[in-house]
Write a protein that binds this ligand. Sequence first.
Ligand code: NAD
Length: 546
Amino acid sequence: MNTLERPNLTGVELLHNPVFNKGTSFTEKERDVFRLRGLLPPRVNSQEQQVARALESLRRKDSDLERYIFLMALQDRDEKLFYRLILDHLEELVPIIYTPTVGRACQEYGHIFRRPRGIFISLEDAGQVASLLCNWPYKDVRVIVVTDGERILGLGDLGADGMGIPVGKLSLYTACGGIDPTLCLPVTIDVGTNNEELLRDPLYIGRGHHRVCGPVYDTLINEFIEAIQGLFPHALIQFEDFGNRNAFRLLAEYRNKVCAFNDDIQGTAAVVMAGLHTAARLTRKSLAEQRYLFFGAGEAGTGIADLLVEEMKRGGLSEKAARGCCWFVDSKGLVVSSRHDLAEHKLRYAHHHPFVADPRSIIEAVQPAAIIGVSGQPGIFSENVLKRMGELNERPIIFALSNPTSKSECTAEAAYRCTAGRAIFASGSPFDPVVIDGQKFIPSQGNNVYIFPGIGLGIVASESRRVTDKMLLAAARTLAAEVTETDLAEGRIYPPLARIREVSLKIAVAVANEAYDQGLAAVPRPPNIASYIRAQVFEPQYTEYV
Ligand code: NAD
């Protein structure tokens, strides 16, 4: 899907264009045709040599934030080299361009800012959002990641400095899903920030006022969504890192009107669903035979439970019985029906049970097979909690998903040590391998990157008009089916990241199939969906322009 094949630029302009620039890899002939003679050092390098040079410079940096800055500069300079480097070193570099380093980068965004990327829309742009979107240089946009910066990862309100997230997510759509970068548009809607530190910081990149909500906010979002429908009617819109008060509302408002999903709610749900399918292979119990205890009743937690309920219903359980398998803990304690302080999205999981406050007693009361940490509370899976999970279950399922690493509910080492290596463990941010009594465990990262690039590729290829639960469930089942017996033996419940392109392609096929089966696709069903999609995948290989 390399949409732009040949540059119509010459000289310095060509060297400064990241889509076409090939640095020292321009051939002798290209140097003549595109008037590059003298502007480049004489030796022509292969792309592999440039990758080696970039990697050497990158590894010389002494912090991950510096590595992030280096990679962003490379992306601005030479996109194909950037993506070649990322694809060849996924395990090493995804944690730099995405979580955990991207979180740190957003916290410092105003201080490390170099070149803009994406579209910034602020309250002052109300009434002219469409004309502002027309300034974007590419006219065929297929994937948009949009945030208002209110709840960046587990880090809170970072206002316009949250732009690092849409930029990073879209880099992953390309690196891991193979979506052409020119089809991707990062957007930040700047409605202010309630982060006082940022408001005091002269280098903050957003407007210096408090966050605006209510009808003014809703009108701006609606204008944005309508402008997208007019200008980029085939675009998938991914809502990203919106605060609770808006995330659920916006998803409910738009998911049945346009092609949109929320990755924090639905992407997380699908990746964790895949982890639970795989865990069920290890516990040898069906999904419906287990109890799930969620620590954190926010976007991630309720999103996972809602999808899990859908999957259990598909397996024949009633909605009531399926909900009965899912229990929640929020900042106050167990979510139960006698509480009067529960937000709307928690009510469907408020069971009739006496209120319990502390985590250890909650484990005793619920006796779960799985604890799923999406609370942003480091250490909440204490040794006591983990040990009790190990006593209650032959193979306890421990997912400590909060990001970044500093927010994780427990470390991988604690999960394995407290359960004598029996834990089925996944985390949100990466952990190093752990050795317990001579046995090595490779902790899995329940990273949404396993899901959204494949979903995006399937949606783009089929030009689906909606993102449905059936698509998310199909994506989760496909991902789980990619976990091999060897992966399981090593402690992995997700495939190695190195296989992500292959896995994303399979997810894309499953999602596109759903789009066709549900009558949502806007292009005719191809005879072979896999080869049709494969032919659209962006390969970051330099091509010869002449
Ligand atoms: P959120 O703000 O919507 O929800 C957080 C929830 O945690 C709230 O319901 C809050 O009441 C609850 N909470 C706070 N203190 C608690 C405590 N002491 N005990 C139990 N619950 C408590 O945030 P979210 O979008 O649901 O994300 C939560 C975390 O999950 C973040 O750290 C995020 O990075 C992580 N996450 C991970 C993945 C992944 O690994 N794939 C995906 C999405 C989110």
